[in-house]
Every structure is written in C-alpha cells, then in structure tokens.
Design a protein around this ligand. Structure first.
Ligand code: FES
Length: 72
C-alpha cells in the first residue's frame, strides 16, 4: 500500500443518515481485500450498505415514500 504526503489533512465529512464524503482521489479497501478506486474530487462512501454501486453511495439510503392510493 502506498501513502503519499499531503500538504494538508484530507477532509472527511460525516453526514447524518447518509454517506461519508471524502476528498478524492481515493482507494477503498473492501472487506474481501479488493480495492475500489475513484479519481473524483469528492467521493461519497456508502455507510448503509444498500447501494447497488457499493462502496459508492447511489442515494439508496434515502427513504422512499410511496404514495398511498385513496381509500374508498
Ligand atoms: S449511504 Fe447512500 S446508498 Fe448507502
């Protein structure tokens, strides 16, 4: 694993009930040992494990509210 010196600390932002936002680029080591990489300026890491693009957030953490048909 390679670490590089940074001019300043990398910012990581925790959001309530949502992803962790990390300044990119990033390498994410998954629990099976594989590595996911992203060169984006800001990366959203899924914390709910519902993302179909895990480890990246795909907004699946948001609650979906179905509209109820009118009761008769
Ligand atoms: S945190 Fe957004 S999909 Fe999991």
């Amino acid at each position: 694993m390679r670490y590089e010196a940074a001019d300043r600390a990398r910012r990581v932002t925790v959001t309530q009930d949502g992803p962790v936002l990390v300044e990119g680029p990033v390498e994410v080591v998954l629990d099976d040992g594989s590595i996911a990489t992203s060169d984006r300026f800001l990366v959203a890491l899924c914390t709910c494990r519902r993302s179909r693009r895990y480890p990246w957030c795909d907004t699946s953490h948001r609650q979906r509210v179905r509209s109820q048909p009118d009761a008769e």
